[in-house]
Every structure is written in C-alpha cells, then in structure tokens.
Design a protein around this ligand. Structure first.
Ligand code: SAM
Ligand code: SF4
Ligand code: SF4
Length: 364
C-alpha cells in the first residue's frame, strides 16, 4: 500500500531519539544538579486530590468511591505555604510552574493562588479536565495565568463519557476550550491519554477536529502510575502507532524539539494545518532529561512520578524557621535524586502492590 511507504520512515524516526540541544546539558557553576546531572526546571503543584471525573485510567470508580479517604482540609498546603515553596524553587532554577491535581479548578479561590504565583518570573500553566473552564477562564487570565492544558480523551460523546465515567458531555469541555482561547489562554494544549480498546478509535477523529484550530493536540501513552488503574502493557498504544494512524490520513513530518527536555515529540501536518505531539512515556523513556519535581497537595515532595514515597515539606514549613532551612532541604532532596523509573520499568517494578502514589494525588 502506498501509505505504508510513508509511515515507515516516520516510525523509524520515532525510534531514534528526538533532536536535543545537548549543549544545554553542560552544568553551570553552582547550579543545583541531581545525581544524573539533571537541573530542576519544572515544578508541578497539586492543589487538590479530589476530582469531579473518574477517568478510567486515573481514578477508577471502584477505588475512588464514596468511602475513599480524600485529604482533610487541615492537611492541604495553604496558598501562602505553596507560594513560599514555589519562590524557593524559583531561586533554585525552576522556570516553569504547572498547577494540577486532582482537578485544580475545584480548589476554592484558585485564582488567588494564580495571582500570587504570577508574580514569580516563571511560565505559569495549569492542567484541567476543562469542566469548569468556561466559568473560570476569564478569572484565570485576569489572575495572570499564561496557558492551560486541557485533557480530552475523545471527541465522540459516548466514548468521552465512558472515559470520564461520570457522564460528562464532550461539548461542555469544547466550550471550555473555546472560552480559554477567547480570553487569550492560548495556544491550548489538548491532552489525550490513549488506552487500547477504550479510546484508540478517537485518535484520527481528534486529529481531524483540532487540525487548523491553532491548538496543539498531544497523545500520551497510558502509564502505570499509581496502583489502582489496572495498567497492562498490552493496553498501551505506542506513540509510533498513533503517528502512523494519523499520518495515513493526514501526512505528518517531524519538528525539532523547542528545548532540551521537552517531553513531547512534535510533528506537523505537511499541509500546514498545525502540529501535534506524542508523549512516549512508556515506549521511549525520557528520564535522562527529566527536570521535573512534584509538590503534592499536602506538601510532600516527589522527585519522580513513580515514586513510592515523598519528602515532607509541610512539617518543615510548619515547624517554623526561615527559608534557608527549606532551601537546604529542597537542595538536598534534588542532589540525592537518582530516579529513572521509566528507563528501568520491568515486570517487577510495575506490580500493583509496589505502593506507587496515585496520579490524582501527586499531580500529573
Ligand atoms: N484533572 C486534571 C486533568 O485531567 O487534566 C489535572 C490532573 S490529571 C492527573 C493530569 C494529566 O494526567 C491528565 O492529562 C491525565 O490525562 C493524565 N493522566 C492521568 N492518569 C494517567 C495515566 N495512567 N497515564 C497517562 N496519563 C495519565
Ligand atoms: Fe480527574 Fe484528571 Fe484524573 Fe481524570 S485525569 S480523573 S480529570 S484528575
Ligand atoms: Fe522523570 Fe520519573 Fe518519569 Fe523518568 S519516570 S521521566 S525520572 S518522572
């Protein structure tokens, strides 16, 4: 078939490491580096462990039911505490802050936190399921948020409802995306987690929908985060397949990475209809350039998405003492960091009983 000849070079290109700006890896004197010479660049802050969706790959209903023990209010970091920690991270080299959760727009007065964080010299973004975006887009923009990423696992209403498992209509999320775009929180990244047999029939329809929209559609491989999503390798659709499927319908060509450590591999439509991204967390691990650290809702610091335990910053904060103590604690956590879970993922490490933290708790 003619299309196959086009796909093969693309699939081969996907197997090769994406272009990297290697010169940026050279350590700057005095810079905070972990054991694998990685900088701390991105801070992800989870502001709630609660969510109004029950996405099948993240918070399956059977586990996150009425009896599930979500964090009590007293355990959450206050906005003041979050801003203080974020400020210290910025001094240590963080350039990007992402607000996440759970569903971050469920946290009361979230725009007040955004307003405080927007004073820091960072790129400030937020990841949301989009359900409250229509209502909140203007307030978020006014507070100083730069961009949003919206999760959307299907364009067909029935498929989308099956994925969020709370009967939430796709049209409402699309309205949220339109509202965010209208107030200037753009370009919007639209993230789709692909799970074989559940929503992989949405790959091409989603691509079709977002071509020429100015928004960047990104496909994420289903990951073995946490211990409750019943992850199986055969349910992962490799990014190479995603690209091949879209390429058959809408020819694609590879685009260079924007910066070292960019996790999404970028592709653009040959006809100029825009660009897509694929995040190959499972089939092509990117631990060697991972510059992310995560702050959980209750102030635990995690150096890897697949960590089994965190480092308690809340206690350190609440015990009193100045920023210097916190700074030293954060620096020592990063210097000791040796994580590379996705590179060494094995049958043993993916066992459900291993005690990894949930994505909805740590923040995606
Ligand atoms: N509730 C918000 C949302 O869904 O955008 C923010 C939090 S959510 C945990 C952040 C991101 O993690 C979402 O894009 C979601 O699709 C992704 N995610 C959750 N579980 C995942 C998994 N098992 N594999 C891959 N991505 C996952
Ligand atoms: Fe909620 Fe986001 Fe997890 Fe879906 S992916 S259940 S929207 S936290
Ligand atoms: Fe970073 Fe851990 Fe993911 Fe590797 S597995 S890319 S170290 S978060």
């Amino acid at each position: 078939m003619k299309a196959d000849a086009r796909i093969i070079p693309i699939v081969n290109a996907l197997k090769a490491p994406p272009p990297r700006a290697e010169h940026l890896l050279v350590p700057i004197e005095g810079e905070l580096l972990d054991k694998r010479q990685r900088r701390v660049r991105d801070l992800r802050i989870s502001v709630t462990d609660r969510c109004n969706f029950r996405c099948v790959y993240c918070m399956p209903k059977e586990v996150f039911d009425d009896d599930y023990a979500f964090l009590p209010r007293s355990k959450l970091l206050s906005f003041e505490e979050i801003v203080r920690i974020a400020g210290i991270f910025v001094e240590q080299g963080v350039e990007k802050i992402r607000i996440t959760g759970g569903e971050p727009l469920l946290r009361k007065h979230i725009e007040n936190l955004i307003e405080q964080l927007a004073k820091l010299p960072v790129e400030l973004t937020l990841t949301t399921n989009g359900s409250l975006l229509k209502k909140k887009a203007q307030a978020l923009k006014d507070a100083g948020l730069h961009r949003v990423t919206v999760s959307l696992d299907g364009i067909d209403d029935a498929v989308f409802k099956r994925m969020n498992d709370v009967d939430y209509a796709v049209g409402d999320v699309l309205d949220g995306i339109a509202a965010a775009s209208a107030v200037g929180l753009a370009p919007i990244k639209v993230n789709c987690v692909v799970k074989r047999g559940a929503n992989d029939d949405q790959i091409v329809p989603l691509a079709r929908h977002f071509r020429n929209s100015g928004h960047i559609l990104r496909f994420i491989e289903f990951m073995d985060v946490g211990a409750s999503n019943g992850w199986r390798m055969d349910e992962v659709v490799p990014s190479a397949d995603v690209v091949a499927r879209i390429n058959q319908e809408f020819p694609l060509e590879v685009v260079d990475a924007n910066y070292h450590g960019e996790v999404a591999e970028r592709w653009r439509y040959v006809d100029g209809a825009g660009e897509i991204g694929v995040i190959s967390s499972v089939t092509q691990a990117f631990c060697s350039s991972c510059t992310r650290i995560r702050l959980s809702t209750e102030g635990q610091l995690y150096t890897c998405l697949f960590a089994q335990s965190g480092h308690d910053l809340r206690n350190a904060l609440r015990q009193g003492g100045g920023n210097e103590r916190l700074r030293r604690l954060i620096a020592s956590v990063w210097r000791e960091r040796d994580d590379r879970y996705s590179e060494i993922r094995t049958a043993a490490t993916t066992l459900p009983g291993r005690g990894k933290v949930e994505m909805s708790y740590i923040g995606g």
